[in-house]
Structures are given as structure tokens and as C-alpha cells.
Design a protein around this ligand. Structure first.
Ligand SMILES: *[C@@H]1O[C@H](CO)[C@@H](O)[C@H](O)[C@H]1NC(C)=O
Ligand SMILES: *[C@@H]1O[C@H](CO)[C@@H](O)[C@H](O)[C@H]1NC(C)=O
Ligand SMILES: *[C@@H]1O[C@H](CO)[C@@H](O)[C@H](O)[C@H]1NC(C)=O
Ligand SMILES: *[C@@H]1O[C@H](CO)[C@@H](O)[C@H](O)[C@H]1NC(C)=O
Ligand SMILES: *[C@@H]1O[C@H](CO)[C@@H](O)[C@H](O)[C@H]1NC(C)=O
Ligand SMILES: [Fe+2]
Length: 637
């Protein structure tokens, strides 16, 4: 650990020297070494950084001569509802420019002046291309040219008449920003100079949320395998315990937790979470409904008289472990995307279509019992306001059925903090926001592995980011957990973790598959007759043969309807599927593939699984067309 840490510091220091010495030799462009340029190109291709993300890498210059007519206002001064769009109006512009843009800043008192030393902090999220600027990160931003009339000055206004004729004409633009209730007030700041060399022109009026205490974003999880209890977790600006009301007049008080800037991890230099990416999460409330029946619909509300109440919501309990069947959806790497034309720090373009498709499936009564999200959850990565947007995005699914999660590198990893991989992928979150928002039935803090049973399936869910070596806590746990499965009760054993054991996509700098992980854990999968292993991390869909140590132990045959069927009556090896195609920019497959790889498709979507006692049926749904891209089944007679 210590050596990793100092190596990391050395690399950052070297970069810092490179960047700072380079910028002093040239005022308009920065010289970057080839290593920096190449790794940035690599990173952009694999993680979809928007141009906006490199915003804070610039030095804030003084705007030349702001004109006297310039104004930035919001269409209404009334306070903000829990979700909606704010129209921002910029007028009195004498010379419209491509480089004019508006940033949405929250809280309004944040310092958006120049913070040149943020350069080194930004490098922690992997982006090494530019120098930083703003001391506090904008939630989102848009160029005024998004208004098609702006640059051509279609909306002319006269600012000064001399003897009845207009001598000063000005131009204007309107922009729409999607806002969810993240509790802190907002202001809009007008910048010139583009994202690359911005300077502040003008600041708008401030806007507050009507009720920053409003209880919001309920999502469900199970606490055991009985299907008789359900945990509800929600967010509110109010610290006082609230009530969860359900069934026929039952009520249970919430347990309240939160986390602070001090709970964020950091190295030298500070992480985004610890510094300019921080946003106050309010309070996370959680309460457990008990005495329910499995596979049954109930309604619930949550809140308090002083903070406000949610509407009435329907939920469905999952089937009890050991019962005949279960239907669930699964995927990894979803994240979120803006519902307006804004640039944001991290955008996962497929996430909107995928959540919409799943919400349609659930609301059309398509018998979904639960959802499994296998790591890389929100991609907030130290920009904490993005958790509120993510929670708002998944509420249409996660408030109705249990939303079970596994941790990914973008929730947990940070150098020197006990993650297996010493990359700063969590931006300094170190799993703290993840564990607070997604309270899974794990044994202890920062031990995010657990098992659960629903219908005919036993799920063993691990953290690939925590020690999985022989004799580690987690290894011992998974060994015991899988050995204890009663296959007459739950005939199917599904293993889930974030980083895959099999993928045809191999990163150049960072490998998709860690051979040490495969060496340590794959034998356990075989020994315990795991039927199906589901993974994320790589952003596409790939299905294997029944495989062990890269060799096909069995191939599927065509069953009824021509569907690929793996007969596990005489078990040979696990079938692996990478399902990290739920939002993040898709990864292309290389043209050739190993024999173990049977199906490779890169489209946004999720898998739908139906497990009975005789068959495990898997369908890969394309979120945009709603067509099945792949289907297969595993059977046992
Ligand atoms: C970076 O890429 C350039 C071509 O774009 C190549 O010539 C150079 O060798 C690369 N440098 C490193 C360190 O990989
Ligand atoms: C990034 O993607 C673009 C477009 O697909 C490609 O032309 C380029 O070679 C890629 N760069 C790297 C470093 O993989
Ligand atoms: C909002 O308030 C500001 C000053 O506080 C004012 O200049 C502006 O005209 C108001 N806008 C509306 C739409 O009422
Ligand atoms: C993982 O656990 C093993 C067994 O306890 C231990 O030897 C090893 O040092 C641990 N690795 C790390 C990175 O902590
Ligand atoms: C499983 O193995 C047994 C014994 O070798 C054999 O009789 C049976 O046909 C096999 N079943 C299948 C479905 O392959
Ligand atoms: Fe990942």
C-alpha cells in the first residue's frame, strides 16, 4: 500500500511539474508530454469525458469590458419544485459569441473564482488534459448557442434610441436547465470565453427549492430472503426521524444517517469529493417494513408533517427464497445523463433509455420482482450532487421493486484506502455515499458482499474492489456462502461481481480482466457449480460457453424455438455474461475473439431473467428498440 501511494504521489508530482512548467513557457496553449496526451486520449475513449469536465482546468481571466445592458435572469423568481426545468434568459448582449455560456452553480455562495491549483486534483478523476479554474464545480452548463437564434441575433431589442432611431441593438437567448430538488439554492453565472478560457460576466438572481426538506427518491432493498420485509431508503433535508407508513395503517420511524466532507477520502492532493466536488447530501432516512407476504403488492408513503409526505407508492415484495420462480432485471454501469442539452462532468448516454424501458416494463405489469445493478452505480465519482440526479432517475423503478446493488470501482477505489486497485476512480468517495444510499444486507461497513435468495435462485454478490485473495475475509465468506447453498431449495446459483473474469475487450492501460482475480476465485465458482456469473465494468454484452480456465467445457445446443440451451444436468462449468451495457458509452469489440466467447453485442440495454425450478431463461433487451438481442437458457432435469 505504502509503495503504491508514494508511486502515485510521484506520478502526480511529475505531471504537476510538467503542466506548470509548460504553461509558463506558453501563455495560450499548454505543452503536454506524449504520455499525458496519449493517456488522455485513451481515457476519453473509454470513459466518455465531456468537454465540460475539463472546465476546471483553466485559469479564470478577466472579462473585457462588460456592457451596461447585459442581464441574466430566470423566467420566474418563484421557488423551485422537486423536479422541473428552469428557463434562464440572457439579454442585452451587444456582440453574441460562440464562447458565451451559462453555468448552474449551487449553493449560490460557492466560490467560482480561479483556483489554479485544482489542476492536480482533477487529475485524480483520470482527466489529464488541461489546467483547472473554478474553485467550485458547476452542476451543469450550456452554451448560449444552444438557443438557435442567439448567434444570428434573431431576437433583437433596442437599448438606446437617438431622435427616434435605434442606435444600440442587443441580442438575447433562453436556455432550459433540468433541476431536481438537491436542497441547496442555485444561481446561474454567465461566462464568456468558452469552457477553455472562461471569465465571469454576470450573475443571476438566486433560486431556492420550495421545500428543501421534502422526502424524496425512495428506493427499496430486501434485508433477508423471506420476502416478508422491505427496506425503504429516501433522502430529505430534515434530520428529524420520519415515518414509513404501509399496509393497513402500520408505521415505522426512520433511522437517519448522513456523511460529511470529512468522511470523504483523499490523498495528496485532495480528492474532488473532499474539495470542489462536494455537495451536502442532506439526510438519508431508512426504515424496514415487516410482516409482509412474499410476491404481494402493498402501498406505502414516507415523510413527516414537518418535512412533508411522499405520494402513495405501490411496491411488490420479491418471492421467498426456495419458492418456485423469480423474474428480475440485471445490468451494470448505468449512471445518469442530463434531461436538458447541458454539459456535465460525467454523462452516461444510455442511462435514460434503459431506465425508461425498465420503468415501462414495471408499470405495464410485466411481473418484475427485483432489479440487480452490478457496480458503477451513479458515476458521481466525487461530484456529489450527481447522486441526487441518479436517485431521481431510478425512482420510477427502484421505488416499486427491490433494487439490489454490488459495488464497483467508481464507488470504491482510491489509493491507500484498502481497495484492491489503487486508482482514484471513486473521486474520493471510497464507498461512503454508496453504502449510505444503498443499504444492502451486508455484514459490516466497508464489507459490501452479501447473499440473498429469491424464488429458485441463490445470489452470491461480491465486491471485486475488496480483497478476494485466499484467506481474506471476503474469500472465506464466499467460499462458505456458496458451499452452504441447498440446491434442492434454490436449484440455481448466480454469482455477481463488478469486474469480469471473461471479456474480449482488453484495455491498453488498464486491463478489463485481472488474471489474479480469475486465478483466485474461478476455482470456487466451479467447485460450487455456479450456473451463471454476471459482471459489469466492460460496457457491452458478451456471453461465453460453459467455461473454465478459458476452455469451453460445454457448448449450448439449440433447444425449443432455436434458443441456445446449456444443459446443466451433468454440470461442467459456469456460463459467464458481461452485462455492463446499461448507460456508459459502449465499448467496441475487437474483430477477433477467443473460442469461449459465443455472443458479442454492444447496444444499450439490460437483461431480463426468468428462473423456474427447471430453467434459467436470460433475455438481453435492447432499451431503444425493446427487441431481444440475445436469449439463452440453462436447464437442469
Ligand atoms: C503517443 O502517441 C504518438 C502518436 O500519436 C506516438 O508517436 C508516441 O510514441 C506515443 N507516446 C507514448 C509514450 O505512448
Ligand atoms: C478513440 O476513438 C476514436 C474514434 O473511435 C479513434 O479514432 C481513436 O483511435 C481512439 N483512440 C484511442 C487512443 O484508442
Ligand atoms: C426576479 O428578481 C430580480 C431581482 O431580484 C428582478 O430583477 C427580476 O426582474 C425578477 N424576475 C421576475 C421574472 O420576476
Ligand atoms: C488480502 O488478504 C490476504 C489474506 O489475508 C493478505 O495476505 C493480503 O495481504 C491482502 N491484500 C491486501 C492488498 O490487503
Ligand atoms: C448425464 O450423465 C449420465 C451418466 O453419464 C448420462 O446417463 C446422462 O445421459 C447424461 N445426461 C445428459 C443430459 O447429458
Ligand atoms: Fe467499472
Amino acid at each position: 500500500m505504502a509503495s503504491f501511494y508514494s508511486l502515485y504521489k510521484t506520478i502526480l508530482f511529475t505531471l504537476f511539474v510538467l503542466l506548470t512548467s509548460a504553461s509558463s513557457s506558453s501563455s495560450s496553449t499548454y505543452y503536454l508530454s506524449n504520455i499525458v496526451v496519449n493517456s488522455t486520449a485513451e481515457f476519453i475513449n473509454h470513459t466518455a469525458i465531456s468537454e465540460f469536465r475539463i472546465l476546471n482546468r483553466r485559469v479564470l481571466a478577466k472579462c473585457p469590458d462588460p456592457n451596461p445592458y447585459l442581464s441574466i435572469t430566470t423566467a420566474s423568481n418563484s421557488s423551485l419544485s422537486d423536479e422541473g426545468f428552469v428557463t434562464v434568459h440572457v439579454s442585452g448582449v451587444l456582440l453574441p459569441s460562440k464562447g458565451d455560456w451559462v453555468g448552474m452553480i449551487s449553493p449560490s455562495y460557492s466560490d467560482v473564482s480561479s483556483c489554479p491549483f485544482n489542476a492536480i486534483q482533477y487529475q485524480q478523476t483520470g482527466d489529464l488534459s488541461q489546467l483547472p479554474l473554478l474553485c467550485h464545480y458547476p452542476v451543469k452548463a450550456q452554451y448560449l448557442s444552444k438557443d438557435p437564434g442567439y448567434l444570428r441575433c434573431k431576437k433583437k431589442e433596442c437599448k438606446k434610441y437617438v431622435k427616434g432611431s435605434c442606435v444600440e441593438r442587443s441580442c438575447s437567448a433562453s436556455l432550459s436547465f433540468h433541476v431536481v430538488n438537491f436542497r441547496t439554492d442555485i444561481e446561474f453565472v454567465l461566462f464568456a470565453g468558452g469552457f477553455a478560457t472562461p471569465c465571469i460576466l454576470k450573475t443571476s438572481n438566486k433560486l431556492s427549492f420550495t421545500n428543501p426538506k421534502q422526502p424524496l427518491h425512495a428506493h427499496l432493498s430486501t434485508i433477508d430472503s423471506t420476502g416478508t420485509s422491505m427496506r425503504v431508503t429516501w433522502v430529505s433535508g430534515d434530520r428529524a426521524p420520519q415515518q414509513l407508513q404501509y399496509g393497513n395503517g402500520k408505521s415505522v420511524p426512520s433511522k437517519v444517517s448522513t456523511f460529511t466532507q470529512n468522511d470523504m477520502c483523499s490523498a495528496f492532493p485532495k480528492s474532488p469529493a473532499k474539495d470542489f466536488g462536494w455537495h451536502d447530501p442532506g439526510f438519508i432516512h431508512s426504515a424496514v417494513m415487516t410482516g409482509l407476504n412474499p410476491s404481494t403488492t402493498y402501498s406505502y408513503t414516507y415523510g413527516s408533517d414537518s418535512a412533508g409526505w411522499s405520494g402513495k407508492i405501490n411496491l411488490k415484495t420479491p418471492p421467498a427464497g426456495g419458492s418456485d420462480e423469480v423474474r428480475f432485471l440485471a445490468y451494470g454501469d448505468m449512471g445518469k445523463a442530463p434531461r436538458d442539452p447541458s454539459a456535465e462532468h460525467y454523462i452516461q448516454p444510455g442511462s435514460l433509455a434503459v431506465t425508461k424501458a425498465m420503468a415501462d416494463e414495471i408499470s405495464s405489469g410485466n411481473n418484475v420482482d427485483s432489479i440487480f445493478h452490478i457496480g458503477d452505480i451513479s458515476y458521481a465519482t466525487g461530484f456529489l450532487v450527481e447522486w441526487d440526479y441518479f436517485l431521481q432517475l431510478i425512482t420510477p423503478v427502484a421505488s416499486h421493486v427491490s433494487y439490489m446493488t454490488a459495488i464497483g470501482n467508481h464507488e470504491r477505489d482510491y489509493v491507500g484506502t484498502g481497495s484492491v486497485y489503487g486508482t482514484p476512480d471513486s473521486g474520493g468517495e471510497c464507498g461512503v455515499p454508496y453504502e449510505t444510499y444503498f443499504q444492502m444486507p451486508t455484514a459490516a461497513k466497508d464489507k459490501p458482499w452479501y447473499s440473498t435468495e429469491q424464488g429458485s435462485v441463490h445470489f452470491t454478490i461480491i465486491s471485486t474492489e475488496h480483497n478476494w485473495s485466499h484467506n481474506s475475509d471476503q474469500y472465506e465468506w464466499m467460499r462458505k456462502d456458496m458451499a452452504s447453498v441447498d440446491r434442492s431449495r434454490t436449484p440455481w446459483l448466480i454469482f455477481m461481481g463488478h469486474r469480469p473474469m471473461y471479456s474480449s475487450v482488453n484495455g491498453v492501460f488498464l486491463k478489463s480482466v485481472d488474471e489474479d482475480f480469475v486465478k483466485a476465485v474461478e476455482p470456487l465458482l466451479l467447485a460450487n457449480k455456479v450456473d451463471l456469473a454476471l459482471w459489469g465494468h466492460v460496457h457491452n454484452y458478451e456471453r461465453s460457453c460453459a467455461v473454465y480456465q478459458k476452455e469451453c467445457k460445454a457448448l449450448p445446443t439449440k433447444g425449443a424455438g432455436g434458443i441456445d440451451t446449456y444443459d446443466n444436468t451433468n454440470y461442467t462449468a459456469p456460463v459467464h455474461a458481461v452485462i455492463g451495457m446499461a448507460g456508459f458509452s459502449l465499448d467496441k469489440f475487437p474483430s477477433d475473439a477467443d473460442k469461449w466467447s459465443l455472443v458479442r453485442i454492444a447496444e444499450f440495454g439490460y437483461v431480463r431473467v426468468h428462473a423456474t425450478t427447471k430453467a434459467l431463461r436470460i433475455e438481453y433487451v435492447n432499451a431503444n428498440t425493446r427487441k431481444l438481442e440475445d436469449s439463452f437458457q440453462i436447464t437442469r432435469s
